[in-house]
Design a protein around this ligand. Structure first.
Ligand code: DGL
Length: 273
């Protein structure tokens, strides 16, 4: 039985999902949140499909044991691989996923060329193929797929402005710009944390006015909508909402990263699933 006073569960392979969680906090400040960072098993993007599905089930079972009333799969890779299976297995649980923002990108591009930066697993998924085909047929926009191995991993290791992250972003971004992409889709929830690097390298490459598409805001809006439909909005209690994080990685490292990325403290506990 789902209760309006229960928390919202949010998970990702690591800290990337915090780029979605920050929008949830802003739009739903009265909701209690439980975040799971599967850093002990990150990155998901280069792992087999069955692995990501198995992790998604285990994490959802754990979050349900924390009495969550809704789930946000704040990971493009897990959404692409497992969300239909999660919806089959937990038919009563409201579930929101994230997917690369091809639709808003198609509406923004002027050159008609859009670069999609995401993990290999997301880009090779059936769900993504269908999205791509549909948008391409409907709009005629040319989407260039750019797998970005190593990027989520560096961000997971707090490399947010280092030489290696600049080099990797340059390697993946510049070919997209050279092919006339004026709009870049951040198809992995880790990437918004290096948006400043992407903007800097675009400017250095003579393209200072690219449009960057991050769907975090839209995902939080969709969650709000779903909570309203289910009648699960937490009414104001006058008490500050709580946030608790769990990780399969090192809780100290994750705690530091959360503080850096969200500018707020969150208790983090280790759990092996
Ligand atoms: N943050 C994840 C995503 O949105 C996955 C990154 C990874 O673990 O490879 O795809």
């Amino acid at each position: 039985m789902l209760s309006a006073s229960g928390p919202i569960g949010v998970f990702d392979s690591g800290v990337g999902g915090l780029s979605v969680l920050r929008h949830i906090r802003a739009q739903l400040p009265d909701e209690n949140l439980v975040y799971f960072a599967d850093s002990g098993h990150a990155p998901y993007g280069s792992k087999p499909e069955e692995f990501v599905v198995d992790r998604s089930f285990r994490i959802t079972d754990f979050l349900l044991s924390r009495q969550i009333k809704a789930l946000v799969v704040a990971c493009n890779t897990a959404t692409a691989t497992a969300i239909h299976l999660l919806r089959d297995r937990y038919p009563d649980l409201p579930i929101v996923g994230v997917e690369p923002g091809l639709k808003p990108a198609a509406a923004k591009t002027i050159t008609g060329v859009v670069g999609v930066m995401a993990t290999e697993r997301t880009l090779s998924s059936n769900k993504f193929h269908v999205l791509h085909q549909t948008l391409n047929d409907r709009t005629g926009v040319h989407f260039i797929m750019q797998p970005c191995p190593g990027m989520a991993d560096l961000i997971e290791h707090a490399e947010l402005d280092s030489g290696p992250i600049h080099a990797l972003v340059r390697r993946y971004l510049v070919p997209l710009l050279e092919q006339d992409a004026d709009t870049i889709v951040l198809g992995c929830t880790h990437y918004p944390f290096v948006r400043h690097v992407i903007e800097k390298i675009a400017a250095e490459s003579g393209k200072p006015s690219i449009t960057i598409i991050d769907t975090g805001y839209a995902v939080a809006r969709q969650l709000t909508h779903l909570l309203d439909i289910y009648g699960l909005r937490h009414s104001e209690t006058g008490q500050a909402a709580t946030m608790q994080a769990y990780t399969s990685g090192d809780p100290k490292t994750i705690g530091h990263l959360i503080a850096r990325l969200l500018q707020t403290e969150m208790p983090v506990a280790y759990i092996s699933l």
